[in-house]
Design a protein around this ligand. Sequence first.
Ligand code: PFF
Length: 442
Amino acid sequence: MSDKRTFFSTRLGVLAATVGSAVGLGNIWRFPYEAGTHGGGAFLLCYIFFVFLIGVPVICSEFAMGRRSRTGIPGAFQHLNKGRSGWNWIGWIGIAGAVMIISFYSVVAGWTLEYTIDSAVGMFSDHVQHNRHAEFLAFTQGWKPSLWVVVFMGINGLVLLGGVQKGIERVSNILMPLLFLILLAFCINSLLLPGAGEGLRFLFNPDFSQLTPTVILGAMGQAFFSLSLGMGCMITYASYFKDDTPLMKTSIQIATLDTLVAILSGVIIFPAVFSFGMSPAEGPTLVFEVLPNIFQQMSGGRIWSTLFFLLLAVASLTSLISVSEIAIAFFVDHLKMKRHMATLTLTLVGTILGVLCALSFGPLKNLDLFNAFDYISSNILLPLGGMSTSIFAGWVMKRSTLYAELQGKGKLPRAAGEAIVISLRWIAPACVLAVFIAGLMI
Ligand code: PFF
């Protein structure tokens, strides 16, 4: 444990940083295409169910573990297991997952920078007929995405070099309100489009015949990914919380704001998709291939598209910072590195792996690290890490320690504490296991 550990200085800073971690590509890029391909409303309902039934208790447990142990992973597991290292493997899953997420996430984050610039120079507001699919393919197969990975990882590294207070907290305090403002402006614009109602119906009218194991697995994976759970991210951030940060309240605020942003992203994207007669089931390229066509037909499309991709870039940055902090805390707390050396190491390794992922669309197509890392981390490591963490917090960690942390300086209603323990001990592991097995069988 580092004796010079710094802390988030204000409650607002805690909220901005944790919501900044949760709100990211997962909400604005992944959620709409997952919902779009999995029947809209049915997916949304499942997603909300998982966020509150499993997500909130698991955030609470990660917070309690991080603040009590005052160290990142895997140290937190050892500290709370009376110094024994038997459960440290969950931490190793987290580190492996974090490295994989950094690698593919930096690629998509890089795409958002290219698209922000393309928008600003008017490429999505001209009067030329485009083949967006071919343009997107040509872009992703070329060398530019690798360059953007280097740029994005560089910005990420600079913020992290500033440390918890002067880097992460300060940047989140500025970028998160900006993100909410852009999001609201966008929502109003989308709702005013002709035929917006059809898009809203798609998102909010659940068709239960769509509820298959694939949809349910997708919604659960999405909930873990979106809330940054299952890889020690919230453990790491909570190790920088002050003693008076209310853990339960903060968990509920994060889950609510994160879900709100996912819904708002749907409210932005689906009315536009339906209004311009496009298909919501385009898959991962929905945002990059469908939206530019829509911007082209919109009045003020140049400004709206620039704002939209900027929004995506900002959201990606605050999330990438948080995944990176998992590894940096590990280097500092476990390997006793200096923070600047840890940041440099992470930036270097992340950039190399990120470039290899970026090249998965071109020269390294056969290796396809991008999809491999995305699949392994989101569908295997996150649920596995989340399940093991909740088993650890529910069964191994002392109940009095969990309650003491959750209670903090306030009062923990008995029923709330018990509900969390029941979810951690039984509901979360059982749900993850059931959905996981069902998913492997299809
Ligand atoms: N929650 C982020 C998003 O929705 O984009 C992604 C993420 C961040 C996943 C941090 C995992 C993590 F540890």
